[in-house]
Design a protein around this ligand. Sequence first.
Ligand SMILES: Nc1c(C(=O)O)ncn1[C@@H]1O[C@H](COP(=O)(O)O)[C@@H](O)[C@H]1O
Length: 162
Amino acid sequence: MDDIQIGIIMGSQSDWPTMREAADILDTLGVAHEVRIVSAHRTPERLWEYGATAVDRGLKVIIAGAGGAAHLPGMMASKTRLPVIGVPVQTKALSGVDSLYSILQMPRGYPVATMAIGAGGAANAGLLAAEILALSDPRLAARLDDWRASLSASIPETPQDD
Ligand SMILES: Nc1c(C(=O)O)ncn1[C@@H]1O[C@H](COP(=O)(O)O)[C@@H](O)[C@H]1O
């Protein structure tokens, strides 16, 4: 794998079962990435440092997952001009709708590309990050094309009995 260009961050250890879906798809596509716990609420200095150094460290895309009052993706978008892809983590109390709205409703000027709630959203975050890198990486683009073709090929034309 090449230099690390994608950072996956999450608000808590408890987000990892969801966010590892993003890491898994990047592993499958051969895209180097790092994974960190960073919380706007609990580790604000860590968030500030991560955002302030992200460009100089060579990151190209940040995937940020958080649940509930999910300020992490938006605060990271405030701190770096790198594209931030937000993943709303499912919550017990409000099923992740709280996370979704927290991440989605950014003020004009600081966008967060917001995925679906939960594991599917995390996997799509990994894919979207890879698609962004593939714009300037033909070999990754070819791997993505292959991955998409094999997904299509795995879908039967008719429903099967169990
Ligand atoms: N939303 C945030 C932020 C943040 O946005 O900075 N930091 C932690 N959290 C979220 O709190 C939830 C519960 O965390 P715990 O399980 O650690 O209590 C997690 O989903 C995390 O993303």
